[in-house]
Design a protein around this ligand. Sequence first.
Ligand code: GAL
Length: 690
Amino acid sequence: MARSTAVAGLADGRLVFGCDYNPEQWHPEVWVEDVRLMKEAGVNLVAVNIFGWAELEPTPGAYSFDRLDAVLDLLAEQGIGVNLGTGTSSTPAWLTTLHPEVLPQAADGTRRWPGGRQAWCPSSPVYREHALRLVEQVATRYGGHPALRIWHVSNELGCHNALCYCEVSADAFRAWLRTRYGTLDELNNAWGTAFWSQRYSAWDQILPPRLTLSATNPTQTLDYQRFSSDELLAHYTAEEAILRRLSAAPVTTNFMVSAHIRNQDYWSWAPHMDLIANDHYLDHRLDSPTSELAFAADASRGLAQGAPWLLMEHSTGAVNWQPRNIAKIPGEMLRNSLAHLARGADGLCFFQWRASLQGSEKFHSAMLPHAGIDSQNWRDVLELGSSLHRLAEVAGTRVQAEVALVFSWEAWWAHDQESHPSSDVRYLDQVHAAYRALWDAGITVNVVAPGADLTAYRLVVVPGLYLVRDTDAAALAAYVAGGGHALVTFFSGIVDENERVRPGGYPGAFRDLLGIRSEEFFPLHPRDSLTLSNGGTATLWSEALRLEGAEAVLTYDGGHLAGGPAVTRHGFGEGRAWYTGTVLDPATLKGLLTTAAAEAGVVLPDVQEGLEVIVRSGNGRTYVFLINHSSEDRKYRVAGTELMTAEASDNAVVVPAGAVRVVRTPAMTADFPKNDGPVGDRKDAHRVSN
Ligand code: GAL
């Protein structure tokens, strides 16, 4: 299905500004004040009925819509659109009491109890039947409601219940495997069950990868991930079918492209959505939460194939689910919000509207905090609302990037399995490291799936693509042969889609492309490191690389691989392919990626440290977003009208410490000063994607 819904269409062409609204918690008198304050802030879309099931169906089959009717009518009267939840995300207590079999089972065979949220098995027909009955009711009642702008299926499908190991799931897994493999012989072959006496002689012997005494079969585990992602997608499409039958409103669900959730292969989900919506929270467990935000935003745009997308949840301040829930410092909420906007979001929503007084999320920030409207938080919300008003004309424009980064959930699942050369090397760390180096260098990146059309890019970065299909590896090689540039990092190309090692030396699928061959991995203990020929440091990984056509760019200066190549470069056809055989220190990695980008002809921005520069363009206009993360003023050479202050700039804009500026310029042309931004002086415009 094509994504046909423009995000701004949900708010009459304006940028979306909104929130989750959970009025179930409040007395109707509070709703009136809520809606008044929403209007004051400029809120134009609210997500309701996200966790509404127990209120809508208090006892089996008896529905009570009075309160939701009143909320929707109130919002419609005030011209606030609704992102309407189907309400199936969390089951009511009566359902799990009557049918405890819907409760999910963990890998050790124990059931998870109700009392939290999302306690249902994705394959449960009993859950599905009850959920769809509710959807039918909700869609029938509200499918044509004047407040309805978009359907919000369930909520963050798989946030807590992505993997269920119960008997029902086992049956569904077997059915999925029969479709995938057809015969047991095929399955035995794909899973390599000749090893460890794991051969199956009947389908009913096959189980989900439950807790075992030793390592489980890796292909079984990988297939279980694939199956589990497909099961939740099947639940989405089951709800979606009812909504489409009963309503003309677009349909989506909120993705979780983030650092700690990995169970959905969103590349396969995205085509089913009318628009891409993502939830993102700064994760202070990471080294660089701000660059991870940028990565998640770029990945959301990638899922939307470059079209504007919707940030369906983020936070005004602290969350409540990290070990230490760090509040945002002054200006940070605006910077975070506008970073999403700069990277292609046409709408920004928060969890949640009014801070709860009870329940497990009472210490999660909200648009309206416990302190009320006499608070910095509320003033920041008002400021963001008016900023979005000033930036309205950005809606519909697209981000430009000359560099792509290949990202794969499937490769992530496979890469991080047990029994690998090093448990210290994690897929997402490698992806984030490569992304951060590009982000630090001011290079805008499109995130793409393996096998994507790469012809629009000058440089393609491929971090840790441990699992790669033959066709996807061939596509990368063809791109380079045709004149493209690629940089591949270690532990890529190792196995095929069945987790079968590609023999003949590493990095398997990419050996010819990279002009190297390695016979053995030498992971490093975290306390050890190797020195590189540029004085930099190599950690966690090394390998005995032999040059087979490539040249060494960096070598090891001592240690067991002294003099051996650590980083290589290989002319391949018309293009060039780089390889990094270790974890490089951040400065070396940034230098390397910058060099690779420059050699590929990427226009390198000349920006001061701490200034994030992103360009959106369309309709003959270009918008240069300038986000100053530093504590000093920054200057950027660009002429046009600055939209946050409505001031004209002849040739340079000063971005005060911590502030954001957005400059509208005419569409950039070849005489635009070369060092002023990533799209200046494009010699070969057809290679720049939008
Ligand atoms: C999301 C969820 C919201 C809320 C939020 C808190 O995962 O969809 O309901 O719990 O996190 O950060």
